[in-house]
Design a protein around this ligand. Structure first.
Ligand SMILES: [Cu+2]
Length: 156
């Protein structure tokens, strides 16, 4: 019996210390959460632009996308066919950014160009017809066949 009492006593003491410790940690983590909230305000992302052809495409996307609410900066790398987009995730999300690019007439990652917008593009901004067909075909079944597509693109 004596032993049991001492075990209970020990447990009570350990318990009290643990609760006091918890309180301390909780007040600390609240301030941490506020700090990470600030960091998440602005994000930069890369978007693949497989269909762009020339400098005109570059400026169409840079100008058009910078008009989208929440997008603070756009720079298109013509050689790598990539857009670096800086945006506020509270105002705009990735699917909306991709949609904006599509409505300008261009592919954005796996999202195909809006067909009407694409047909209105200047001739030099449209892809060679077989390239266009390939990209269309690729957009239908998602992923998986990337390697085969790359091979056939190189052989052209
Ligand atoms: Cu162009």
């Amino acid at each position: 019996m004596k032993r049991l009492t001492s075990i209970l006593m020990t447990l009570t003491i350990v318990g009290t210390v643990a609760i006091a410790g918890d309180k301390c940690c909780n007040s600390g983590s609240k301030t941490d959460q506020k700090q990470t909230g600030v960091d998440q305000q602005i994000q930069t992302t890369q978007i693949q632009l497989p269909s762009i052809q020339c400098g005109m495409c570059q400026s169409t996307i840079e100008k058009g996308l910078s008009r989208t609410d929440g997008v603070t900066a756009v720079s298109v790398d013509l050689k790598q066919k990539i857009a670096n987009v800086t945006y506020d995730p509270k105002q705009v999300e990735m699917p909306a950014i991709e949609k904006s690019i599509s409505l300008l007439g261009y592919w954005a990652n796996d999202l195909p160009a809006d067909d009407l917008a694409y047909q209105k593009l200047h001739g030099c901004c449209q892809m060679p017809k077989d390239e266009y067909r390939q990209l269309r075909a690729k957009s239908v079944p998602e992923g998986a066949i990337e390697k085969t597509e790359n091979k056939s693109a190189n052989s052209l």
